[in-house]
Design a protein around this ligand. Structure first.
Ligand code: UDP
Ligand code: MG
Length: 305
């Protein structure tokens, strides 16, 4: 059996368009399926729309959260609930083309891969500034972490049960799936496709949400920024020491005409800035530790239908 997990927040318009396309493509696989729709605190008619579909298709299961917990929580809930030998995660807005399923299925069933993942080769239809920052993010995070995160990788992937179990076994509270997928290892085949625009509804990502997501991803997967903080502290200290020597020697040899107010202010501002950044970096890690130590569940299920 194959499980399809679809995290949904306010997708009443997209689901009726998504469902027939998905079913059409599932037919080609000739497999039993279950469709797990995770309603992530939708405030529109998402659940009603799904229940209508369920009347005709008993393979649908709807998990409703008590509020919006975010897509990461939605994906995790779906993975935990899934029973299939193969599990796919995809968006409801048809940005993850169901037509790729057949090819992905072939890789995991016939060619010995544990997972078939997808990435977009372009970012057509996306604001250029957003694409630019996304690219920089992938360059940055890949330079700092041990495992590789492919630029443009989607959460859309098909995995074997083995891999799904490995993912579920990671208990961390701050989940950054793009990292987790690579961290658990396994043989992954990357399938490329061209960016498709959302069929209906709106994206839930604003620039600042993405920015926060990027920081969470970095903090969740590497402590390199702390190292950078240490190194920059060391560098600044060395320069500070040399500058101190210079000042002392200068005062001893040619006296000390009290001047240099601008340079003093410049140095204070620079050091103040560096200190604040370093405290901020430390704060990010302390905050994450705090959240982890509370051991709260990732989500709360209101009902499963
Ligand atoms: N989503 C979710 N919870 C959220 C935000 C989004 O379950 O808090 C779902 C959304 O319904 C969609 C998928 O995650 O199925 C991807 O969201 P979106 O299309 O807004 O992201 P984008 O494709 O623009 O990256
Ligand atoms: Mg989308």
């Amino acid at each position: 059996m194959i499980s399809i997990i679809v995290p949904c927040k306010n997708e009443e318009q997209a689901i009726p368009l998504f469902y027939p396309v998905l079913i059409e493509n599932l037919k080609n696989l000739n497999q039993d399926y279950e469709l797990i729709i995770v309603d992530d605190g939708s405030t529109d008619k998402t659940v009603e729309v799904c229940m209508d579909l369920k009347k005709k298709d008993p393979n649908i299961k709807v998990i409703s959260f008590s509020r919006n917990f975010g897509k990461e929580a939605g994906m995790l809930a779906g993975l935990k609930e899934s029973k299939g030998d193969y599990v796919a995660i995809m968006d409801a807005d048809l940005q993850d083309p169901p037509a790729l399923l057949e090819e992905m299925y072939r890789y995991v069933t016939e060619e010995g891969y544990d997972s078939a993942a997808t990435y977009r080769v372009d970012r057509k239809g996306e604001p250029p500034i957003r694409s630019f920052f996304a690219r920089q993010f992938y360059r940055l995070i890949n330079s700092m972490i041990d495992v590789e995160i492919v630029d443009g990788a989607r959460d859309y992937r098909l995995m074997s049960r083995k891999m799904v179990d490995a993912i579920i076994s990671l208990p961390e509270y701050n989940r950054f799936s793009k990292g987790i997928f690579s961290w658990v290892g396994f043989k992954t085949k990357y399938v490329e496709f061209e960016n498709v625009e959302r069929v209906a509804g709106e994206t839930k990502w604003s620039f600042w949400k993405l920015f926060a997501y990027a920081i969470d991803g970095i903090v969740g997967f590497t402590t390199a920024p702390l190292r950078i903080a240490t190194y920059s502290g060391l560098t600044v200290s060395v320069f500070g020491f040399l500058y101190m020597l210079y000042i002392v020697i200068k005062a001893l040899t040619i006296g000390d005409p009290v001047a240099g107010y601008p340079s003093l202010i410049a140095i204070i501002c620079l050091l103040g800035g560096i200190q604040l950044i370093v405290i901020g970096i430390m704060g990010e890690y302390i905050a994450k530790t705090y959240l982890e130590s509370k051991r709260r569940p990732h989500y709360i299920i209101k009902e499963i239908k």
